[in-house]
Design a protein around this ligand. Structure first.
Ligand SMILES: Cc1cc2nc3c(=O)[nH]c(=O)nc-3n(C[C@H](O)[C@H](O)[C@H](O)COP(=O)(O)OP(=O)(O)OC[C@H]3O[C@@H](n4cnc5c(N)ncnc54)[C@H](O)[C@@H]3O)c2cc1C
Length: 598
């Protein structure tokens, strides 16, 4: 068989975004030999792109804020489909995790009296997002990565993990390849933490980075772990629409948090026409009240532009469909007429440069054109709320690849605090799991040989298919048939097309050698992309209602019966199976929080 390098660790973390770094720090602090593996360079993970901030009820700007309000906002934003225990831990622990990040060197923006400044975002009752201008992800990654390297975490960059290895139903390690020279790598470890991020690259227009191909979804499924909530995909309301090369790039919600408003081609602030009953009591009815809210949150209600993302996304879709869109098929996002140029440049420096350089638009003078873009996966690996353990012993998951916390829709800013809270928990509980083991799992050589053979298959296909063409067809399919709005017929069509693409993938033959060969890498990524697409589409077909990031034109209402279950997806005998699993019952004391005034 092909030669491979072998490394022995107690804990292997796959993914070096915020979740992976935080998990690795915790496992290493517990004294365990810890490896951090990532398919890009350290410091380049998708998290580095995060802009607006980290949601945590620090109460620095609004002392009225506390974990209970954050709990309520997150549950309501998720349309009550969230795992309540995850939300509780998350809301309670997020402030501690942000303060810890500050202790480790993160230089947050400040209030006049020197506290961490917090900004407004959709769905949050109070200004809650700790931030560093609109480059919060960069600061977060910088801080975590210094700490991880300082503690002695071993980092394996540009290594793509392709298979998890198991021994008698427990994790035993991971196998992958070096992107640079194509050499194979085996990690033997009794605990593996998946922190591989999301899967936006399955759609054509996305704000997500090239790494987001759903590798963690395939790794978990093939190892035998469950997924949850895969039907819920967040289309962020504001992505760039013009020029075509920039389409899908994110325009941070911070623009609206800092006073920006959405207008149609007639100049109307159309969000007032789309306030849903569920949020009516807590949303301003007039422009005057909405504008007063920025300075007086106690006596005014939130502007409708700051409704949760799923609501704003659907409103933009309807406006454009009704012919009231902007010249390039979006709507206008206007901060120029609402805030002074110096304020905009200081608060939103990246947005200013992004539009100036990519679109030739000066956002301090002109409105931006925006349209929804695929942005975030609410679903992912099904985990235990406290320990981040998956349903497969030894496998843990944290960050965007884990499901449950955000329910049907994530609030902005809640991902970065998710990474910190559950990254730490995954590292902690993985360490405890390893420390409690009586006998260690063994890696079976036949599994390694099989994984190596699978990795080389794209060099041996019969030919006639091109991985780039398959990728483009998959992305078109998902954009067209499994997008913001779905129907049963379209979802079934999508499944047929995905199946055909899967057959065609078997025929791909890549040319050239194993040294940095992007066609080979893509052919391997496509396995994950196709399985992810299939899991999302099957779960979307199963859920016959509309809720959060899942809107069915053929079932346009939320159905209380569907509000009681999550959809679980698992792989058995080579096929994806679905199960409806009841939500865990909500304790009375937490139910009382949900009933508090908004
Ligand atoms: C433009 C933009 C702005 C955003 N702004 C905010 C914000 O302000 N606030 C907020 O809360 N959220 C924000 N988000 C969302 C947030 O950034 C992400 O949800 C979050 O960073 C995901 O972090 P993660 O650690 O789970 O994974 P990622 O940061 O996506 O990292 C995944 C890691 O896994 C590695 N990996 C993947 N597959 C493999 C494999 N097979 N083998 C080895 N390694 C692998 C990658 O190389 C990478 O290191 C934003 C997202 C975007 C796109």
């Amino acid at each position: 068989m092909e030669p491979y390098a072998t490394h022995d660790y107690d804990v292997v973390v796959i993914g070096a975004g915020g979740a992976g770094l935080r998990a690795a720090i915790e496992a290493r602090q517990a004294g365990l030999r810890t490896a951090l593996v990532c398919k890009s360079l350290l410091g380049k993970a998708h998290t580095v792109m995060a802009e607006g901030g980290i949601a945590a009820a620090l109460g620095n700007v609004w002392p009225e804020d506390n974990w209970r309000v954050h709990f309520r906002d997150t549950m309501r934003g998720g349309k009550l489909l969230n795992n309540w225990r995850m939300v509780q831990l998350f809301a309670q622990e997020a402030p501690e995790r942000v303060l810890e990040l500050e202790e480790w060197g993160a230089a947050f923006d400040r209030t006049p009296d020197g506290l961490i400044l917090q900004r407004d975002f959709g769905g949050h009752r109070y200004a809650r997002l700790a931030h560093v201008g609109d480059r919060t992800g960069l600061e977060m990654i910088r801080t975590l990565q210094f700490r991880a390297v300082h503690l002695g975490v071993d980092v394996f960059m540009e290594v793509t993990v392709q298979r998890l290895l198991t021994d008698a139903g427990r994790v035993a390690g991971a196998f992958g390849y070096r992107r640079g020279d194509g050499g194979f790598v085996l990690f033997r470890a009794p605990a593996v933490i998946l922190a591989t991020g999301g899967f936006g690259k399955v759609w054509k227009y996305t704000s997500m980075s090239w790494e987001s191909t759903g590798d963690g979804v395939l790794l978990a499924l093939e190892a035998g772990a469950d997924l949850i909530d895969m039907e819920f995909v967040q289309f962020h309301p504001t992505g760039m629409v013009w020029p075509p090369s920039a389409r899908g790039i994110l325009v941070t919600e911070g623009v609206r948090g800092d006073g920006g408003v959405l207008r149609n081609r007639e100049g109307r602030r159309f969000m007032f026409d789309y306030i849903p009953e569920f949020f009516r009591a807590e949303t301003a009815e007039t422009e005057e009240e909405a504008d007063r809210w920025y300075t007086d949150k106690k006596h005014n209600r939130r502007p409708p532009e700051l409704l949760p993302r799923d609501e704003v996304t659907r409103a933009i879709y309807y406006e454009v469909k009704a012919g009231r869109g902007s010249p390039h098929g979006g709507v206008y996002l206007d901060i120029a007429s609402r805030r002074p140029a110096e304020y905009i440049k200081a608060r939103l420096p990246s947005m200013y440069h992004q539009f100036k350089e990519l679109a030739g638009v000066d956002i301090t003078r002109e409105p931006m054109e925006v349209y929804p873009t695929c942005h975030y996966a609410m679903g992912g690996v099904r985990v235990d709320a406290d320990s981040a353990a998956s349903t497969l012993p030894g496998l843990f998951a944290a960050g965007e690849i884990a499901g449950g916390l955000h329910g049907a829709n994530r609030l902005g800013g809640n991902s970065l605090s998710d990474l910190l809270v559950f990254g730490r928990r995954a590292g902690l509980y993985a360490a405890q799991y390893v420390q409690a083991l009586r006998n260690h799992p063994q890696v079976a050589l036949d599994q390694v040989a099989e994984a190596a053979r699978d990795l080389l298959r794209p060099f041996e296909g019969p030919g006639g298919e091109n991985p780039y063409a398959l990728q483009a067809e998959l992305q078109e399919t998902m954009q067209e048939l499994v997008g913001i709005f779905r129907t049963g017929d379209e979802l079934r069509q999508a499944l047929d097309r995905i199946a055909v693409l899967g057959e065609r993938l078997q025929r791909v033959r890549v040319e050239g050698g194993r040294e940095f060969n992007p066609a080979w890498h893509l052919a391997l990524d496509l396995r994950a992309m196709l399985r992810t697409a299939e899991a999302v589409t099957l779960a979307a077909l199963e859920r016959r209602e509309s809720r959060g990031g899942h809107s069915r034109l053929d079932y346009p209402q939320a159905d209380p019966e569907w509000g009681k279950v999550n959809v679980v997806v698992r792989l058995r005998n080579g096929r994806l199976e679905l199960e409806r699993v009841p939500l865990p019952p909500l304790p009375d004391e937490l139910r009382a929080i949900l009933e508090e005034r908004g």
